[in-house]
Ligand binder design. Structure first.
Ligand SMILES: *Cc1c(COP(=O)(O)O)cnc(C)c1O
Length: 389
């Protein structure tokens, strides 16, 4: 068995079929032509396993899907136009009117909106649950519970979930376990070894890694593939070939980038931990983080993204800190080479649990810059914070 660092360079490409050229070509296609009626009909019968029509994917899409399925250790992967598109396609594929969904309370905000604003309208009921519930998930499961959706660690607050315990309880009642695995990437968590049935990535983040494209990936078991592929295909949200190519190119350097993101993230977090104006570090590698022991058991490393809770400070003081940052830019998303910082309030995004914190929450995405330069920028930010009360 190849180690993942080797696999990441070898998978999803075949120079022998491509004039010896290292990377697969970018195929731009809508129409695919067939020489005979027989060939046309054969492709039509099985559109997901042929180059058939641009919307169903081109060899560029398939190369990315092959690479992700191998890296995740799943059966097959499906590329979607965005991470949220991947989440929506998966939930619509698995749930019918009258079904029940268990959704983690620390889910990515727009994932919650899919439940509240789309699934509810279709007569699909969602119960949000405490990310730390573990095997207790079994008690929330009814006859009609079809899906348990997990995200580990959670968005903004980084609770690490006990996936094997959740999967065991879910499978006992016949439900499918879906994981949003965007934070860990395929390099730091092997979802299918932990009992997950479907793993989703916002490839927009670390996989693409350069803040220049939107892409989602769904990787499934053999048993769940056909259903998810059908719905995702019929939703029509196919990614463009250039974006698939760029994501595949980003993937080749994921190992070195992620190691650096981890190292810088830990350096920043350790520096922040010692400050009197920082109340808590929300980083799975820190003992304060709920589920830290689970992270040590199930993950092989951390990526860079984490949050801090400040001691009580006014909104004006936080704005003074963030408005003046020079190395950290403010903006949504993460996973690119450049550092980002974001104020966030988890309170409106929690219903099963209550978010209680000493002060405001700030999320940091350390990029690939020098850690000392980033710390110097933060230090000046804290001076502005404290000057403004
Ligand atoms: C960004 C994000 C998504 C959505 O991905 P897009 O590619 O932006 O649609 C899903 N889950 C998590 C955890 C994210 O951070």
């Amino acid at each position: 068995m190849m180690k993942k660092d080797t696999l990441i360079t070898a998978t999803g490409r075949d120079p022998d079929k491509n004039f010896g050229i290292v990377n697969p070509p970018v195929y731009h296609a809508s129409t695919v032509t067939f020489p005979t009626v027989e060939a046309l009909e054969a492709a039509t019968r099985d559109p997901f396993n042929n180059v058939y029509y641009g919307r169903y994917g081109t060899p560029t899409t398939f190369a990315l899907e092959e690479a992700m399925a191998e890296l995740e250790g799943g059966h097959r992967a499906i590329a979607c136009a965005s991470g949220l598109g991947a989440i929506m396609a998966t939930l619509l594929a698995l749930l019918d009117t009258g079904d029940h969904l268990l959704m983690v309370d620390s889910a990515y905000g727009p994932t919650r909106k899919v439940c509240d604003l789309v699934l509810a309208r279709l007569g699909i009921e969602t119960t949000f649950y405490d990310p730390m519930i573990g095997a207790g998930i079994g008690e929330l499961m009814g006859e009609n519970t079809r899906v348990v959706f997990t995200e580990s660690p959670g968005s903004l607050t980084f609770e690490v979930q006990d996936l094997p315990a959740i999967a065991a309880a879910a499978h006992e009642k016949g439900a499918v376990v879906v994981l949003d695995n965007s934070w860990a990437t395929p390099l730091n968590l092997a979802p299918f070894e932990l009992g997950v049935d479907i793993s989703i990535h916002s490839a927009t983040k670390y996989l693409a890694g350069h803040s220049d494209l939107m892409l989602g990936i769904i990787t499934t078991t053999e048993a769940t593939f056909d259903k998810v592929r059908l719905t995702s295909g019929l939703m029509g949200g196919c990614p463009g070939p250039d974006d698939c190519y760029l994501a595949l190119r980003g993937l080749r350097t994921l190992g070195v980038r992620l190691a650096r993101h981890q190292e810088t993230g830990l350096a920043l977090a350790h520096w922040l931990k010692d400050r009197a104006d920082v109340a808590r570090i929300l980083h799975p590698a820190f003992e304060d983080c709920p589920g830290h022991d689970i992270w040590k058991r199930d993950f092989t490393g951390a990526s860079g993204l984490f949050s801090i809770v400040l001691e009580p400070r006014s909104a004006k003081a936080v704005a003074a800190m963030l408005d003046g940052m020079e190395r950290f830019a403010m903006g949504y998303s993460w996973g690119g080479y450049e550092s980002l910082i974001l104020p966030a309030d988890p309170r409106p995004l929690r219903t099963a649990t209550e978010w209680r914190a000493e002060g405001p929450l700030i999320r940091l995405h350390p990029g690939l810059e020098d850690a000392g330069d980033l710390i110097a920028d933060l230090e000046k930010g804290f001076e502005r914070l404290n000057r403004n009360g």
